[in-house]
Design a protein around this ligand. Structure first.
Ligand SMILES: Nc1ncnc2c1ncn2[C@@H]1O[C@H](COP(=O)(O)OP(=O)(O)OP(=O)(O)O)[C@@H](O)[C@H]1O
Ligand SMILES: [Mg+2]
Length: 229
């Protein structure tokens, strides 16, 4: 295997509700190589988003270890975890998660505001990434003035603006028609060719086909590690 960027070892995640413990992940292990394009498939409730949140440093496992570039981040504090997330991870969600009263370019700039980048640099970076995803003419539009596919391209631009090494996309085409979905996948494919590591969750075999490897989850475990789907 090529150089590893991400590894999880025997990770379990338990959610406690009303005194009952639910095991959303059971002893999941996974290695992801630098530059890999991986798809995660599996039925609703099988733990895909839970796994993505742990990979993306949005949540911690109940048990097990998480390594990014061989660094054990399982016991990182909140601040440290946020810093790792800002450095390594770009997240794209099914629901776009854009700020509604904020323009395209300002939505994309936002992660750079948090990382205290100078305003001039922020603006030019956001613009150039929006041009790259084909939205150079929509900088001042609000999300409601964009199509679903365009909104998702804004979300991808926002995920990219910090130059993350790993792009996590949880059902990025789930709310899109198939043409817009394929446009989004072409952008992710291009990012893969440029060397980004991409982890994609999808229900759609046509979408998973863009990935070079697919793993399947059922009931909180990874059941198969196939090559090409
Ligand atoms: N915060 C939470 N508290 C309690 N249970 C949770 C929580 N988050 C997820 N779960 C449970 O964990 C299981 C896995 O959820 P998860 O969101 O990872 O599934 P998924 O594979 O992403 O499903 P989908 O394809 O529908 O998005 C589900 O049974 C869910 O109800
Ligand atoms: Mg999910």
């Amino acid at each position: 295997m090529a150089e590893e960027i991400l590894r999880i070892d025997n990770v379990s995640k338990e959610y406690r509700m009303d005194g009952i413990t639910f095991r959303a992940l059971c002893n999941v292990s996974l290695r992801i190589a630098k530059g890999e394009f991986l798809a995660i498939m599996g039925p609703s409730g099988s733990g895909k988003s839970t796994l993505m949140h742990i990979i993306g440093c949005l949540d911690r496992p109940t048990e097990g270890k998480v390594y990014i570039e061989n660094r054990d981040i399982s016991d990182a504090g909140d601040q440290e975890l946020a810093k790792i997330r800002n450095t390594y991870i770009g997240f794209v969600f099914q629901q776009f998660n854009l700020l509604r009263r904020t323009s395209t370019v300002d939505n994309v700039e936002l992660p750079l505001v948090y990382s205290r980048t100078a305003p001039g640099v922020r603006k030019s970076k956001a613009k150039s990434i929006l041009e790259k995803v084909g939205l150079g003419d929509k900088l001042r539009n609000f999300p409601s003035q964009l199509s679903g596919g365009q909104q998702q391209r804004v979300a991808i631009a926002r995920a990219l603006v910090t130059d993350p090494k790993i792009i996590l996309a949880d059902e990025p085409t789930g709310n899109l028609d198939s043409k817009s979905g394929h446009e989004i996948m072409e952008i992710l494919n291009q990012l893969h060719r440029e060397g980004h590591t991409i982890v994609l969750v999808t229900h759609d075999a046509n979408v998973a086909r863009y990935a070079k490897r697919t793993v399947r989850m059922i009931d909180g475990t990874i059941v198969s590690k196939a090559g090409k789907t």
